[in-house]
Design a protein around this ligand. Structure first.
Ligand SMILES: Nc1ncnc2c1ncn2[C@@H]1O[C@H](COP(=O)(O)OP(=O)(O)OP(=O)(O)O)[C@@H](O)[C@H]1O
Ligand SMILES: [Mg+2]
Length: 257
């Protein structure tokens, strides 16, 4: 079942073409990585899917309806690239997670129960009464993920969620996303620059630079022509894979699932 369908989507901002003729389908329970250079339109695509930006042409169908209606159901989670919670937010970790339930009609004790459950899920329960501002960047990110999950979304959009997280924490973060997929059949659309790492964790990669140059299995993504069409011929990546035809030109650690 397609949880997200994008057909012939074209987006302009201030009359400048940002996205052209994008077609993409996401099935329930898939993990998708949107990758591409800075300014390639990744955040714009996510914002258009969520109905924050109106396309000049084309159509987005999410959860079987149009973006604005779908967002109102509360079944879509969104972690923006620029955090909507200021880093020096003067409240506790639990309060930050409770923000994710602000539009839900639930008694306060039920909200607290849920918030605690998700703090545990992201491994941050022992910090619940600590000030959010005192956490490290990676810890704040985990709490933000709990805030996104607490409303029990069916699909989540994470715009560069691993920014500022160290390599070890990144690995466990991607394991965590796998767990979400496995245990909750969560659909995850994630914007990322860590193309070597996401290749091992995702079902499909969307290579975006104004056009959707590639949409498919990560293994096919790491081909010289594909990478060049997205990043330009100047791209210098590190590949150590006998399977990859681009290994003479690019060097990326590949270890596909
Ligand atoms: N509100 C806006 N006003 C003007 N231009 C915008 C606006 N939002 C996005 N753009 C432009 O649209 C293009 C795509 O931006 P977008 O933020 O979608 O890129 P991105 O792929 O997410 O980049 P990054 O990897 O740096 O986050 C950029 O050239 C950007 O300057
Ligand atoms: Mg962006």
């Amino acid at each position: 079942m397609n949880i997200l369908e994008i057909k012939n989507l074209t987006v302009e901002i201030d009359k400048i073409l940002i996205l052209k003729d994008i077609n993409l389908e996401v099935k329930k329970g898939e993990i998708i990585a949107i990758v591409g250079p800075n300014g390639g339109g990744k955040t714009t695509l996510v914002k258009t899917i969520l109905g924050f930006i109106n396309p000049v042409s084309g159509k987005v169908k999410i959860l079987g309806t149009d973006p604005k209606k779908a967002v109102k159901t509360g079944k879509i989670g969104y972690l923006p690239q620029k955090s909507s919670v200021p880093k020096d937010f003067p409240f506790s970790v639990l309060d930050v997670v409770l923000l994710g339930l602000i539009n839900k009609k639930l008694p306060r004790d039920k909200k607290i129960e849920k918030a605690k459950k998700y703090l545990k899920y992201v491994g941050m329960d022992r910090f619940e009464n600590k000030p959010y501002s005192g956490l490290s960047g990676g810890e704040q990110q985990r709490v933000s993920i709990a805030r996104v999950l607490v409303s029990d979304p069916e699909i989540i959009f994470l715009d560069e969620p691993s920014t500022g997280i160290d390599v070890v924490a990144q690995e466990s973060f991607y394991d965590f996303l796998q767990r979400l997929k496995k245990e909750k059949n969560m659909t995850i659309v994630m914007v990322s620059h860590d193309i070597g790492v996401v290749g091992r964790f995702v079902d499909k990669v969307a290579g975006l630079n104004r056009f959707l140059h590639f949409y498919g299995h990560p293994k096919e993504f790491f081909q010289k022509e594909t990478l060049e069409s997205i990043y330009g011929s100047e791209v210098e990546l590190i590949i150590h894979s006998p399977e990859c035809v681009a290994c003479e030109h690019f060097h990326i650690d590949l270890d596909f699932k």
